[in-house]
Ligand binder design. Structure first.
Ligand SMILES: [Zn+2]
Length: 703
């Protein structure tokens, strides 16, 4: 007797069965999925050809639901594979992912380049039988996206365009694997106390744990321990950042810094040629489509009108930040000299984090590491959920056993209206797992809100992924304040995804929101971390249950604008480099991307990058993520988020009724409308006017 096992990967809807999806399953089923989708697409095209020849105009129902279904099946299944590749990476999975990817890209392109569908969408737009604003916006986005994927190209040109897309997808995977492998392949064993002097206990624990995992042993054959060593420092952020911030041993700090900034820049894992190939291919594709460069393609679908508008905003911020940054650097130098360095001492890049921490302590007597015990994960979640209740009138509860999980650290939560009605859910995968999980933090969509029938609504489900410090021994995950802010940030994205009221999935949540406006909801949430009630609820010592003293909270507040000139410049440096690489660099350029970066650095840094600094080789945002010619979006959206938070400040953050009222307004506009209206319209609905940069300049202390 044989029973046919239903394929977890072809289910195409609902919560994924993460316990059943294996590399084998993927290899077997992705081709079947593509075959099925091809048939569906052919059928839809046949129907549309028939309708276009007999009817003068089409209706939404003639095209959009079927089209969405095809795209959604693909997104769902491949989304599951990509998600696993990011959070449970293994050599088998990686191999399967890269083997199947070309087929996926080919089908996506075929879908995006269907002449029949393009005609059908143009017909929908032109004959104006659609007057629903959301539908119009969805169609316009589809049309421009299709154009940018090569529709309208002649057969040969299209073939070339597609082969370039496939190569680009391949290159971005190689790029990020190189970064991951380069980070993992370097580490340094430290045996002497003098080599780890200055490191807080927690960092020592992490390093000795890494030594233990690497099979290192202490003198006398004992297992490594935090107090006796040995310790192994590496390039993953939970080890790298504390080391740069606290290690007093300057030569080792320098060694680790040099290894970090030169990741993936030589040998087998060298990304330099990959970068040039990516930029050249993007450029060629842009010109095939009639754009001047990739930057124009990027901005065609963004809130910013053109490159000049972006440059203007960046230049405003740069000129405000530069004098502050110079002053801040001078203060760091004075601080170093005051603390034992000679009068001839010069700052190097590996000194910045270290002396910044010393100066921060002097100025605010703030020791971020010492604050960790006040931010245990569960307490932070508690305060975050209460904040959401106050602002948006929702209840968030953890639920066990409902959703299959991909790792034992992952948790699943439901989001309910105050009347108990379920409106959304999310997974939380909080901890760093350097060997198998991509770095950074992100929110991704598992399921989108979708009105499927009169009484059937699919509720949104989000993935929230962080890389914060894991629990050690009997201690829970004790978060740095920065990790708290990151969690709030990703949660903000999650809220926009989950609290949407748009019933068209193409414009629900973060869908169809312009890239440069999409960080509004996330950065907005960061502003709340230090609001009186929130901080009093998230910051409670995990052992003593004491609140974080007021004086410490004040220091955190004051320190928010500490070195903000340097921090602003850093973001502008990245943003401008990204922009210029995609508008000015091409394969005929006489300078390399790195040289172009160094030219830009002259006006956007106060300490020139050292020769080994090959930051571009690990700039995954633009070479392995979706931020190409769009990194500026962080700053652009920060203008929006600061201005949105200022609405609450103006009413008074302690005024409960007003906060609730404005919170409701925020939920009903920014969170609810998502991509169904233009960002300016959505913002105006909340604020009653267009965005202003005043609040950001004030919040950054650059006024
Ligand atoms: Zn974000």
């Amino acid at each position: 007797m044989t029973s046919i096992k239903p394929s977890a990967l072809l289910k195409g809807e609902g919560l994924p069965d993460y316990d059943k999806i294996t590399p084998n399953e993927i290899t077997k089923n992705i081709p079947l999925l593509i075959k099925d989708l091809n048939q569906k697409l052919n059928k839809l095209e046949e129907q549309l050809v028939k309708k276009l020849s007999t009817k003068s105009y089409l209706s939404w129902e003639d095209v959009m639901p079927q089209l969405y279904e095809i795209g959604e099946k693909l997104r769902w299944s491949w989304g599951v594979v990509s998600h696993l590749n990011a959070v449970c990476n293994s050599s088998e999975l990686r191999e399967v992912h890269s083997t199947q990817q070309p087929v996926i890209v080919r089908f996506s392109n075929q879908l995006a380049q269907s002449e029949v569908i393009y005609q059908a969408l143009s017909n929908l737009k032109e004959y104006g039988c659609i007057n629903n604003e959301t539908q119009i916006r969805i169609i316009e986005t589809e049309l421009i996206t299709m154009k940018n994927k090569g529709i309208g190209l002649k057969v040969d040109e299209k073939k070339l365009f597609n082969s370039r897309s496939e190569r680009l997808a391949e290159l971005s995977t190689i790029f990020s694997n190189n970064v991951l492998d380069a980070s993992n392949s370097w580490s340094l064993l430290l045996k002497k106390h003098s080599e780890v002097a200055g490191l807080p206990e927690r960092a020592l624990e992490t390093l000795s744990l890494a030594a233990k995992e690497a099979g290192d042993i202490a003198v006398g054959g004992n297992a490594p321990s935090a107090s006796t060593g040995p310790w192994r420092v590496g390039l993953d952020l939970p080890r790298y950042i504390p080391f740069q911030t606290y290690a007093k041993n300057r030569p080792i700090r320098e060694k680790v810094y040099r290894a970090f900034v030169s990741r993936a820049s030589d040998g087998k894992l060298d990304n330099k040629k990959i970068i040039e190939e990516i930029l050249a291919l993007r450029n060629k594709q842009a010109r095939q489509l009639g754009y001047k460069n990739w930057c124009e393609i990027s901005l065609a679908t963004k809130m910013a009108d053109n490159e000049e508008a972006v440059e203007t905003l960046l230049e405003e911020l740069r000129s405000a930040a530069m004098p502050h940054a110079k002053k801040e650097l001078a203060e760091l130098l004075e601080c170093a000299q005051r603390n034992g360095e000679s009068e001839h001492f010069e700052l190097s890049p590996w000194d910045i984090s270290f002396w910044a921490e010393v100066l921060r302590k002097e100025k605010y007597d703030l020791d971020q590491e010492k604050l960790r015990p006040w931010f245990p994960l569960d307490q932070v979640l508690n305060g975050l959920f209460n904040l959401c209740k106050r602002l948006f009138e929702i209840d968030i509860q953890e639920t066990k056993g409902v959703a299959p999980l991909w790792h034992e650290d992952v948790r699943f939560f439901n989001v309910k209206n105050l009347n108990g009605q379920n409106i959304a859910s999310f997974y939380l995968d909080p901890f760093s797992r350097p060997a198998s999980k991509r770095g950074g933090a992100w929110m991704d969509e598992c399921l989108c809100r979708n009105q499927k029938g009169k009484d059937k609504i699919i509720l949104p489900v989000a993935y929230l992924v962080c890389n914060q410090t894991p629990p050690i021994g009997n201690k829970p995950s004790l978060m740095s304040f920065e990790e708290v802010e990151t969690l709030f940030h990703e949660f903000g994205h999650g809220l926009q995804h989950m609290l949407t009221t748009v019933n068209y999935p193409q414009a629900a949540g973060i869908n169809n929101v312009e890239w440069d406006a999409v960080e509004l909801a996330s950065q907005f949430m960061e502003n709340w971390c230090l609001e009186d009630q929130t901080i009093s609820e998230i910051a409670i010592h995990w052992e003593s249950k004491e609140s974080l003293p007021k004086s410490e909270i004040n220091k955190l507040r004051l320190s928010r604008t500490f070195n903000s000139g340097l921090a602003t410049l850093r973001q502008i440096h990245f943003a401008l480099t990204d922009l210029k690489l995609h508008s000015q660099w091409n394969e005929d350029s006489t300078i390399s991307p790195d040289e172009m970066r160094r030219q830009i650095a002259k006006d956007t840094t106060v300490l020139a990058p050292i020769p080994e600094d090959q930051f571009l080789c690990a700039f995954s945002h633009i070479f392995a993520g979706g931020y190409a010619a769009g990194y500026y979006s962080y700053k652009w959206a920060e203008v929006l988020s600061s201005d949105a938070f200022a609405a609450f400040e103006e009413a008074g953050l302690s005024n409960k009724d007003e906060v609730r009222k404005i919170g409701k307004k925020y939920r009903d506009s920014i969170l609810s409308l998502g991509g169904s209206r233009s960002p300016n319209q959505v913002f105006k609905k909340f604020r009653g006017r267009l965005p202003s940069t005043k609040a950001l300049i004030r919040h950054s202390g650059l006024d």
